[in-house]
Design a protein. Structure first.
Ligand SMILES: [Zn+2]
Length: 290
């Protein structure tokens, strides 16, 4: 993975962190866009855009997608991106499923990604808006995963086991009461994403609306030196007119505002971001993990 160094992280003191996540799910492309070709084209377009922008991303693969299109995983990792998981089948949310079911799903997902590219993923992005529960964190621990991504954690204390599903600090950290080896995003993390009217309940995508919403999230994150996660989907990128321009635009905007572009593998490798008197700035300048 020496090629990873090509897209190294750029650290800026006091800056905010911008994380690009590309959810790769050919089954959703078939379901909503009519074929996996939309996924393939959108994926290629995203790799080209990220290369031009010099931005590393986290590619979150559905296990079945990695099994069916292993070349996508290899192309992504060779280009310097991190490969994470996005469940094995994308059939349902993790929340509410038995522990053994969740663990078996994550094992199959991790095996599929490892078979494609030779390394095991370090994290999982839950499907269905990241709905997870306390068992998801335990299943991740059983699978050897280091982080679980969820978009809208329930309020602290609302999970059945009394486990908070978001990190109590400004950076990634283990959930209070959850496994120490599994990190989750902070509650204040800002998530933005693309959308398509091909799915019921969503308005048509417009570059203007996306730019306004996405820039507002960046502005908020700048003010708090926080985290922004942008989630895009190759088949949606391919089918939305203007989405590539919107993505290139927000990466430009974020860079102008001092973004430190990192992968999720990067941020979980860093020490917790809560400032302590003992921590020097250099201690927080984590390099890319290979
Ligand atoms: Zn998904």
């Amino acid at each position: 993975m020496a090629e990873s160094a090509v897209l190294g992280s750029i650290s800026t003191a006091g800056a905010f962190t911008f994380l690009v996540r590309v959810d790769c799910e050919h089954g959703e492309a078939e379901r909503w866009a009519g074929s996996a070709e939309a996924e393939e084209r959108g994926f290629s377009a995203m790799l080209a855009l990220l290369r031009n922008a010099g931005v590393p991303a986290t590619l979150a693969f559905v296990g079945l997608t990695a099994l069916t299109y292993p070349r996508w995983v290899r192309d992504g990792v060779v280009a310097g991106h991190a490969a994470a998981g996005h469940s094995h089948t994308h059939a349902r949310a993790y929340a509410g499923q038995p522990l053994e079911w969740q663990a078996a799903d994550m094992r199959a997902m991790a095996d599929a990604i490892q078979a494609a590219v030779g390394v095991r993923p370090r994290g999982v992005a839950g499907p269905c808006h990241g709905a997870i529960d306390a068992n998801t964190l335990r299943a991740a621990e059983m699978t050897g995963l280091e982080y679980v991504l969820t978009l809208e954690p329930p309020a602290h204390g609302s999970s059945p086991a009394g486990i908070s599903l978001s990190a109590p600090e400004m950076g990634f950290a283990p959930a209070a009461g959850g496994p120490a080896s599994v990190q989750v995003p902070p509650a204040g993390m800002r998530w933005i994403w693309d959308w398509t009217s091909l799915q019921p309940g969503w308005p048509a995508f417009t570059t203007l609306r996306a730019s306004e919403d996405w820039q507002a999230a960046v502005d908020d994150a700048v003010a708090e030196a926080g985290l922004v996660g942008l989630i895009v989907h190759p088949w949606i990128v391919h089918t939305n007119a203007g989405e590539l321009d919107a993505i290139a635009g927000i990466l430009d905007y974020a860079r102008q505002r001092g973004a430190c572009f990192q992968t999720f593998d990067d941020v979980v490798s860093q020490p917790a971001s809560t400032p302590t008197p003992r921590r020097t700035p250099t201690a927080r300048k984590a390099g890319r993990s290979l």
